[in-house]
Design a binder for this molecule. Structure first.
Ligand SMILES: C[S@@+](CC[C@H](N)C(=O)[O-])C[C@H]1O[C@@H](n2cnc3c(N)ncnc32)[C@H](O)[C@@H]1O
Length: 300
């Protein structure tokens, strides 16, 4: 499945979306992403499923606004990117730093797209003040404007007119979930970067997250969670507790980008948890099994 992808983003589920979609029934009313990031799963779902609406939330407001611009005003954001990209030629590194400074002052999402496309390792970083502080990639100039435009227009064609947007803490979007809605959680993982996670603008408290999941179980909410896993033999983070009665699948995510950044070659296994209500629903709906080499059960 070749999906349009304007934004490179750490933790994007673009490469795993096809596997995760196997656990989403075809006829969901709203697919809710409380940790939308680049909304890779919604983009993939829009190509294959008959989903009426998508609810996209991320606490990182410039990122969420960027997603909204891409979907709702594709030509505007593609034009803006092209103009900014063309301006870098005299001194590309200096240009990046001045755009970064302006972005940290204004939080203008259009500048953020350029920084995401142009930053080192394609990975944003934040300092303790919440400022974007990643350096530029000194060897590359960032995605060519024509390629960027194609990807932006592709995402917009799939999602325009079907989305609602918010930028709050994830708990806020769990208040109004319909019987036939499905929540896909992809929070920052616990174990990958230790206590201080500079990869994302914000994070979550693991214990609070468990309490929220318990509440959703009581309401029979359909949900899926991508959460931690392991790289090589190293387990990341604590598993979600058994009392939540989740089915945990292990998905082979391929070569670990994190390990690659550290100069190692290791495979990452990501956990995908299925809520009790969704499990019941899937057992009566025929779903396409994913290859056994890509998946195994951790516990039932
Ligand atoms: C692993 S990324 C999601 C990646 C996404 N699935 C994709 O395909 O691009 C986690 C996202 O959660 C957001 N986030 C962190 N803490 C949050 C919170 N408390 N509430 C809502 N979003 C939060 C981060 O800004 C980040 O974009």
């Amino acid at each position: 499945m070749k999906l349009p992808h304007p934004i490179q983003y750490q933790g994007s589920k673009r490469n795993l979306a096809a596997q995760i979609l196997n656990y989403i029934p075809n006829d969901i009313d709203t697919l809710i992403e409380p940790f939308a990031g680049t909304a890779a799963l919604s983009v993939a779902a829009a190509t294959q499923k008959n989903i009426k609406k998508f609810s996209l939330n991320d606490l990182n407001q410039p990122l969420l606004n960027l997603l909204k611009l891409i979907i709702e005003k594709p030509e505007h954001i593609a034009d803006f990117y092209e103009t900014l990209w063309q301006q870098q030629h005299n001194d590309s590194v200096e240009h990046y730093y001045s755009v970064r400074e302006e972005f940290n002052q204004t939080q203008d999402s259009r500048l953020f797209l350029y920084l995401l496309a142009r930053c080192a390792k394609g990975a944003v970083r934040y300092n303790n003040q919440g400022e974007m502080n990643q350096s530029p990639d000194k060897r590359r100039k960032g995605t060519q404007p024509a390629t960027m435009r194609k990807n932006i227009v592709g995402v917009s064609a799939l999602l325009k007119g079907k989305c609602c947007y918010s930028s709050s803490d994830y708990k806020q979007v769990l208040k109004n979930i319909g019987n036939n809605d499905l929540v896909y959680f992809d929070p920052p993982y616990q174990g990958v970067c230790g206590n201080k996670d500079s990869r994302y603008f914000a994070s979550i408290n693991h214990a609070e997250f468990i309490v929220e999941l318990e509440k959703l179980n009581q309401k029979n909410v359909l949900y899926l969670i991508s959460y931690d896993g392991k790289t090589g033999s190293k387990q990341h983070g604590e598993k979600l507790p058994e009392f939540l009665d989740l089915k945990c699948l292990e998905i082979n995510a391929g070569r670990s980008a994190q390990a690659t950044l550290l100069g190692k070659q290791e495979t990452t296994i990501e956990s995908l948890y299925i809520s009790p209500a969704l499990r019941k629903r899937l057992s009566v709906v025929s779903i396409k099994p994913i290859q056994s080499s890509q998946m195994s059960f951790c516990y039932a």
